[in-house]
Design a protein around this ligand. Structure first.
Ligand code: SF4
Ligand code: SF4
Length: 146
């Protein structure tokens, strides 16, 4: 249980760190108009990859019973064009912005992944970096196994 609590705290810290990097580089939330188009992965030709600690954090925050499965290529947490889990969204959702510099986003993604991987090594969690539909499937299997 102590390990679980630590994971939640550390993922939250990494998300805050991501935000601090964006602010330091003048990447501000206002650049995204929250149109929701990039959450329709196939149509937007976009992919969202999620690490294991992020999924553990997500399940903790929204509750295992609220884990959905992707019925279409649009993120199953987009409701009426808006993100229904905005406070708990994944690092990929936090970093991607169609209106900001791709190079910065790619460096920030790499650095964030390193942090999630280091967290897995430190707390002995299996490291995975998989597309959202796969991550959701794995998390349901893990919930049922508990
Ligand atoms: S979690 Fe939210 S921001 Fe991320 S892809 Fe889904 S709807 Fe979009
Ligand atoms: S990043 Fe771009 S496509 Fe995605 S919600 Fe924001 S404005 Fe829309």
């Amino acid at each position: 249980m102590a390990r679980h609590k630590k994971i939640i705290e550390r993922v939250s810290e990494i998300y805050k760190w991501i935000e601090a990097q964006q602010l330091a580089n003048k990447i501000i939330a206002g650049q995204c108009s929250a149109c929701g188009k990039c959450c329709d992965f196939e149509r937007y030709d976009h992919r969202l990859y999620v690490t294991t600690p992020e999924m553990i954090y997500f399940v903790e925050k929204i509750g295992g019973a609220n884990i959905k499965q992707m019925a279409t290529a649009k993120c199953c947490y987009q409701v009426e064009g808006k993100c229904s889990v905005y406070a708990y969204r994944f690092s990929g959702c936090r970093i991607f912005c169609c209106k900001s510099e791709a190079g910065f986003q790619s460096e920030l993604t790499e650095a964030a992944i390193k942090k999630f991987k280091a967290l897995c090594d430190e707390l002995q969690i299996p490291y995975r970096y998989v597309e959202l539909p796969v991550a959701l499937k794995i998390s349901v299997t893990a919930e049922n196994a508990e």
